[in-house]
Design a binder for this molecule. Sequence first.
Ligand code: HEM
Ligand SMILES: [Cu+2]
Length: 636
Amino acid sequence: MAYAARLRAPGWYRALLGMVIAFGFAFGLDVAIRALYGWHPLVKTDAMVTIQLITVPFGFLIGLGAFDYWFRWAAGAPTIPEDHSGHGARSWRDYFRVNTDHKVIGLQYICTTFFFFVCGGLMAMLMRAELAAPGMQFVSPNTFNGLFSVHASLMIFLFIIPVFAGIANYVLPLMIGAPDMAFPRLNALSFWLLPIAGVMMLASFFAPGGSFATGWTAYAPLSTDTPLGQTFFSVAVQFAGASSVATALNFLVTIITMRAPGMTFWRMPLLVWANFTTSLLVVIATPFIAGSQFFLILDRALHFNFFNVNNGGDILMYQHVFWFYSHPAVYIMMLPGFGIISEVISTHARKPVFGYRMMAFSLMAIVVLGFTVWAHHMFVSGMFPWLRVPMMITTMLIAVPTGIKIFSWLATLWRGVIHLTTPMLFALGFITMFTLGGISGIMLAVIPFDIHVSDTYFVVAHIHYVLFGGSVFTIFAGIYHWFPKMTGRMYDEGLGRLHFWLSFIFFNLTFGPMHLVGIDGMPRRVADYAHQYAAWNAIVSVSAFIFGMTFFIFLYNIVTSWRHGPVAVANPWRAHTLEWQVSSPPPVFNFDEVPTVVGGPYEYGVPGAVHGVFKERVPATTAAGGGGAPPPVNTE
Ligand code: HEM
Ligand SMILES: [Cu+2]
């Protein structure tokens, strides 16, 4: 009987059952429809897999309990009011359940996305092994195409975009003085959509014909004719995209409605501004990639003709729709990092952010301009030549708000009391690497230059300077910065610095030379190359392996410090923002006393300046433990 109860209660057993039922249901439906139309054979792999990819995940989610509340409501049954008993995690098992606490969800996001980061990283290592010398060594050309496609897709859709959502999930409600996100159940659902997308992309390797192999851009009409693995990409992107949109709406509503008393928009920390603007981008842009992939699915599965020229389809339309998402997406992958860097730099340099309002305005400017530049990815695609010029100009214009941010960080550092902690090192590394990525970006915006280096390793170098030296360095900065808050432990500073310096050096040795071989004409997205590029590629591959290994220093540091590190105090960095005024880790409901915000978030070194105060003063005996510590006392 215990088994029956287990299968009825939400959880992994019921999730398994849900998947089986969904599979059976879809199988029956497919066969029945084909029989009804008299089609042969009754079980056709392509059709079956397409339908299963959509239904089985829902069986999983329903079984896991992600929809329980809404089903009860829809059925008219009395809903169980949120008693918050599910808040907090008491054991590691709670991280494998549907949990509505934003702190638990934040850690679920971070751990899951780092898992996919490792998967994507291993694929990068395999590619570099193949590329270490000219000739074919380890993989077939088709497998190589699959490797770079899945590598890029995992890194973008399963790592960078969602890991920022994870960090913000943990930190943002605390920063604005809120007890949770606005829609906790939606928040949980958003998270659980994500591993589905990731597992689906990985599973594509087992599809007949191999994994999807048309890059993370899945350009039609190539992608309408490739084997079944391509469908895994198109459906996975729907799940990842739905996750992003739901989270973005959640952030917007949380930021607009749940700020603590006194937290006006102009008193919000820049991380909050960054996630506000990112969420606007996500909500407006993501439906376009969803649309592009729906077109593909319809073309592939139901023989629509969106991209079939023989029947009046328009191939270029795919690229327009795709890049109308994917250019803004590069800012979805950058803006949250900008927010992290502002927090880290002002705190660890003990200085107010220079030009705070300008920093917020420049974020807004990037949001608007980000939608005006998509066709710079199509300079060689055969679009109207006249359209290239406005796209070149708008692309260059984005350098203005981005430059404002860089100069503001530098001005914030100027005459600061710079503490070279690990987060600060990663922030400084970010500024240098991202600036270099920005410069190669401006170069790519110049039409003649772009035509010269299109589809060469110059582009690969640019992508990795922006995404790895840029986004990933901000992620490391953020993880180290908030590690004490999230785990209640300190990480090992020595290992952290080692991680930084090795990453910094080998990052440049890996991706720097790619600029050179790219300008020389080494093509990207191919498994083999001419002998003249052999020497540089050998250096790049060896550096890449060492660079890949540095991740294990990080992993070792995080895992051992989480378990045995020295206990962290509430505010190890003496920061002013609200999340540091509660214990580490924070109490289950974030604030035992309601915070009131009375000043700006970064008034470091300003005598008497305070960001937040707590209404009910805490008796002196408990103040030290956090849980509503007294207002920060300025010590500088
Ligand atoms: C040591 C780490 C890494 C190495 C060695 C590496 C290597 C590679 C290689 C060899 C390619 C295929 C290039 C081609 O043939 O066109 C590639 C593509 C790509 N990588 Fe990485 N990668 C690393 C980390 C990352 C990270 C952290 C990200 C993002 C967060 C990333 C994002 C991408 C993207 C978006 C592409 C696709 C580029 C395209 O479509 O042409 N990579 N990477
Ligand atoms: Cu772009």
